[in-house]
Design a protein around this ligand. Structure first.
Ligand SMILES: [Zn+2]
Length: 444
């Protein structure tokens, strides 16, 4: 047996399975990753057919025609699941960030025409081919950052035609990457400045909750609708009206919540039945406690907090203590150019004071649950797609001693190796004069 989608990964010092028992991880189980020593994974026709000790897996799945990845001394873990990104944008906002680093406030930058609105204007003016080229490049970086499944949002169009067009472009990008993409409609990203009305927020809410949601559902591309609940943008009541219409038409919802101020975003997301709420930087502890256990996944975004220079961080432990499932994402967007979920995951450890195991579950299984894809990805279980990472360290905890990108050796998606640094390393070694790289020379 050979060809696409078949591989045996063997001899791994550690295989992190994050074994899926059919339930999202919360509370004490947030940190259960399942470690197999001297482990192996067999993948056939794109799907995992065996996970276990190398001896056990090879007893059933040894086949000379199948490619082998020798993971001796390495860690194998599920491919990372990115559950919140905005890759479709035009223009650049690095000048704004440089200004902010030089001491300018957000309000000052916005007053000079910066912020999300600047990206909306630039995106509307961009050609399709430029947008597609930029997204293809970003997707390559995301794969190099350990991502094998990614949620991607519209939201820099903010008119009915522009949003439908952006969703169509996102659909076209499926052909540009080996990652599985999940497409989200984000009409209620910000209130467009060019709406001609006294109460722009309510007029635009009525547009999103009515004709836009209806047209997006009729178009049939979006798999979720995302709504911002933020003081000065959309109120809880406005967000709930959009979510209600969306649910009525069968389109599940996600929520941008409390990124800038306490705005009752978390409470609103749970009350409205959103599958996830993201940012949560300023969600008050009392609100987390009052809402208590919830099925809505709390998605925290450490790089966003770093770049925004917020004076608070999401209280990840408070969510875990309240039996809320936790996920982590990059928030890649026009103002945050983080495409590595691997480094975001390792940064999340000290940033939120959560354990490596809790962060790994947050970037794999729980993110997959938040996207409704846990039957296909997020763990190394028989029957799921063969998406995995091979990392140059013997134990997953070691990833967290740095930002880990330089430890990523191999990315496999659907049983196909889409990134393999080992080729580069062999070439370097061939060009050296050392007789054999495997035999130490003298007293090294
Ligand atoms: Zn976002």
């Amino acid at each position: 047996m050979s060809g696409a989608g078949n591989v045996n990964v063997v001899n791994a010092e550690s295989v992190v399975t994050v074994a899926d028992d059919g339930r999202v991880r919360r509370g004490a189980t947030q940190g259960e990753i399942g470690l197999i020593a001297d482990g192996a994974v067999a993948i056939r026709d794109g799907k995992i057919v065996a996970v276990g000790s190398t001896g056990d897996v090879l007893a059933d799945w040894s086949d000379e025609s199948v490619p082998v990845i020798d993971a001796t001394g390495k860690t194998v873990m599920p491919g990372l699941v990115e559950c919140h990104s905005h890759p479709l944008f035009g223009g650049e906002r690095h000048d704004e960030y440089a200004e902010r680093l030089g001491g300018a406030s957000l309000a000052e930058v916005a007053a000079r025409g910066g912020g999300i609105w600047a990206s909306v204007v630039a995106t509307r003016e961009s050609s399709d081919s430029d947008l597609l080229t930029n997204m293809a490049a970003a997707f390559d970086r995301m794969v190099r950052g350990g991502i094998t499944t990614a949620e991607v949002k519209s939201g820099y169009g903010l008119t009915l035609d522009d949003e439908l067009h952006q969703l169509d472009l996102l659909q076209q990008t499926r052909a540009l990457t080996p990652m599985e993409l999940v497409i989200t409609f984000l009409g209620a990203h910000v209130v467009p400045r060019d709406i001609e009305a006294e109460d722009k927020g309510q007029v635009y809410t009525d547009l999103v909750a009515g004709p836009m949601t209806d047209a997006v559902v009729a178009q049939g591309i979006a798999q979720f609708q995302d709504v911002t609940v933020e003081d000065g943008l959309f109120t809880p009541a406005q967000a709930l009206s959009i979510m209600a219409r969306s649910h009525q038409l069968g389109l599940k919802t996600r929520v941008h919540a409390d990124a800038w101020k306490p705005s009752e975003g978390w409470r609103t997301a749970v009350e409205g039945g959103a599958v996830s709420a993201e940012h949560l930087t300023y969600t008050p502890d009392e609100e987390i406690d009052r809402v208590g256990r919830a099925d809505t996944v709390a998605v925290v975004l450490p790089v966003a907090e770093l770049i925004y220079m917020t004076d608070r961080r999401a209280n990840a432990n408070r969510f875990i203590d309240n039996d809320v499932p936790l996920a982590i994402s990059t928030d890649y967007c026009s103002s945050i150019h983080a495409t590595s979920l691997l480094s975001t995951m390792t940064m999340a450890g000290p940033w939120f004071r959560i354990t490596p195991a809790q962060a790994i579950v947050a970037c794999t299984l729980n993110a997959a649950y938040s996207l409704g894809l846990a039957d296909r990805c997020g763990s190394l279980d028989v029957g799921k797609r063969g998406d995995l990472l091979v990392l140059d360290c013997p134990h997953p905890n070691e990833l967290f001693l740095g930002l880990a990108d330089d430890m990523l050796s191999t990315v496999v998606i659907g049983g196909n190796t889409v990134l393999r640094d080992a080729v580069l390393r062999d070439a370097v070694m061939d060009s050296n004069t050392v007789d054999s790289p495997h035999q130490p020379q003298g007293d090294l």
